[in-house]
Structure formats: C-alpha cells, structure tokens
Design a protein around this ligand. Structure first.
Ligand SMILES: [Zn+2]
Length: 253
C-alpha cells in the first residue's frame, strides 16, 4: 500500500529552521525581531494563480515593496485602483511556485523542499523536483520584477548544487533556464556546465547539438577560455553575485 513518506529528520537547505533546539531558539529570536517590522494588518489583495485560478490572499504592502510588478499594478494602475474587485490574475504561473514566493514575502526564506507528492510507479514522488521548483521560481521572480526574490533563489540553487554536488545541467534544466527569460540564470547554468562537465557528456552522446545548439556552443567557448588560462580549477565555487539582479548596479558581495 502506498503511504506518504514521513518527514525526514535530516536537515537540508530550505527546511524550516525548527529542526533543532538551537535552531528553535534562533528562530524565536528572529521572529521576535521581525515581529516589529511587519504588522498583519492593512489592505489585502486576491491573486488567482495557475490555470484553475488558485486563490492567494496577501497583503498589499509587502507585495508592493518587494515586486515592481505589483507596485505598478496595485499602486499606480488607476484602472485597478478604481476596480471594486481587488483581484490579480497570474494564470500562466504555477501555484506551487507562487506559494514559495508568498512564503518568502512573509518569512524571508526559501522553503525549497519539494512537496506535495503524487503516487507513481516508483511510489510517492514530488509533484515538482526541488531543481524544477527553483528554476521556475527564478522565472517568476523576473516576471514579478522582484530582485530580492531572484537573488535569494539564485543563492539557494547554488547552495543546493554545492551540497548535493549535482549541477542542474540536464536537458530539462537547460530548457527551463532558456525559457525563463533570465539571462542571469542562463549564465549560471552555462557556468555549471563549463566547470562541472565531464568528458562522458560529449563521448556518450548526451550533447549532440541537436537541442540547445547555441547554448552548448557558449559552453564550448567558456571551456576554450579556461584552457587558455590554465585549465579548470579543482573546486569551483560560483560567485553568487555574478548571477544576481541589482537595480542600482551595486554588487552585494
Ligand atoms: Zn549580489
């Protein structure tokens, strides 16, 4: 009989921070500090997400201070302000990914652990893998023009890749990054390929150039540059800020 997997006790990036007594203490302190900064009052707006219009009811203030898209729509759009029905439709976006965004707005963290699960021939599998969730979240961040969210998701994607030593370089990941509209994400995936590639990709026919030919050409150019400069470092640690969006042009590292 299929049963849902009990929550793992092993800590992972993206887990909530209540996992240990020490973390609980920190968590309580952080919340005590943040409690002064955000009051759960003020105007709210309904946001309908996904093809079935899953409804999220969120506060206007944090939405407008984090996202230029919402700022423009909720603060500047006369049509919207005059409308009695305060409702925004994001029917092309994923409710699962938007939930990650809503959690980030209120809690300032990326909860990247995959879930919920669906039954499959391999047992219960996540509806969306962690990598897909994060790659799609960057696409949402760029759509909503939310630089802080974009940068936090980039940081999370890099941290998870370093922890698991699994770079998001599958054909699906490349497709998602190319369709995200984010040149920073494409640069990151390209650099993952340049620094994390192994010869088997080329000799076993994984890379044929039939898909994403232009992308693989950019990987080859990057590798050629490395060869000129003394080869690939034994351990590559990406500079997160190279893949951030900064409205004022100032790096945060
Ligand atoms: Zn930065």
């Amino acid at each position: 009989m299929a049963s849902s997997t009990p929550a793992s006790t092993k800590r992972k990036a993206g887990d909530t921070i209540e996992a240990s007594p020490a973390a609980k203490k920190i968590s309580t302190d952080i919340r005590a500090v943040e409690a002064d900064g955000f009051l759960f009052d003020g105007e709210v707006v309904s946001i309908l997400v996904g093809p079935h219009g899953k409804k999220f009811t969120l506060h206007v203030d944090p939405l407008c201070s984090s996202s230029d898209y919402f700022k423009h729509m909720l603060r500047s759009s006369a049509t919207f302000l005059e409308s009695a029905k305060h409702e925004v439709k994001l029917l092309e976006q994923s409710p699962r990914v938007f939930q990650l965004y809503a959690q980030y707005l209120y809690q300032g963290k990326i909860f990247s652990k995959p879930g919920p699960t669906v039954p499959s021939s391999n047992g219960e599998v996540p509806l969306m893998t962690e990598t897909t969730l994060l790659l799609t979240a960057i696409s949402l961040a760029d759509y909503l023009q939310d630089d802080d969210f974009h940068n936090s998701v980039i940081d999370c994607l890099i941290a998870r890749s370093l922890q698991t030593n699994a770079w998001p370089t599958t054909d699906d990941s490349i497709t998602l990054s190319l369709s995200s509209g984010s040149s920073f994400l494409v640069d990151l995936i390209r650099d993952f390929c340049i620094y994390g590639a192994h010869e088997g990709w080329w000799t076993n026919g994984n890379v044929t150039g039939e898909t994403h030919g232009e992308f693989w050409a950019s990987v080859a150019r990057g590798m050629a540059k490395l060869l000129k400069g003394g080869g690939r470092p034994s351990k590559w640690v990406p500079k997160n800020c190279d893949y951030h969006r900064h409205k004022d042009g100032k790096r945060c590292d």
